[in-house]
Design a protein. Structure first.
Length: 182
């Protein structure tokens, strides 16, 4: 953990505004990042469930002029299992009205912490760390057999676990260049 904190401080100090005459730097703005997520549980949990896929979104709020140090708040969702089966809507109706019962097992990670970013040309290398929680849940819902929105749903089970977060990656802009007025 000392390495991460030390790296963030070096990034923050090392990427500050330049002091040469006539140089002006725009203040870094808040930003949003989206990521594809793959979960791979370990230990006793890994023996019970498999890996999953999902999406995660992070809000970055710069803490210094350059944006080298930011506050990072993140939330995501990853599905690690599901089951779908067809059944009769009720015993009273019999098999005349058929529905799909879909059960989903998912985890929702939420975290807050710091992110250190080091620009390297058009892309940036970043490290982040923080604290958070993981909300595990199993939800069943009844859907029309031909498809469509859920008619009714319920959360069968849920649990929350506190976590520490450590990550990193490479980021780049989706669009380069100034915006043009139309």
């Amino acid at each position: 953990m000392r390495f991460l904190v030390g790296m963030m401080l070096v990034v923050s100090i090392g990427s500050g505004p330049m002091s040469s005459p006539g140089f002006t730097q725009a203040r870094a703005r808040a930003g949003v990042s989206l990521s594809a997520v793959h979960t791979r549980p370990t230990g006793a949990l890994g023996e019970q469930i498999g890996g999953g896929f999902g999406i995660s979104a992070a809000l970055l709020v710069p803490l210094n002029r350059s944006g080298g140090l930011s506050l990072r708040a993140e939330v995501g969702e990853s599905e690690y299992g599901h089951e779908t089966r067809r059944t009769a809507l009720s015993a009273t109706v019999g098999e005349r009205v058929e529905v799909k019962v879909r059960t989903v097992n998912a985890v929702v990670p939420v975290s807050i912490g710091l992110q250190g970013t080091l620009p390297a040309g058009p892309v940036s290398v970043y490290l982040h760390g923080g604290v958070g929680a993981q909300v595990f849940y199993t939800q069943s819902r009844i859907e029309p057999s031909g498809g469509g929105l859920a008619l009714v749903s319920t959360v069968n089970q849920s649990d929350v676990a506190l976590t520490g977060v450590l990550g990193g990656g490479i980021a780049g802009p989706l669009r380069a260049g100034p915006l043009k007025a139309t």
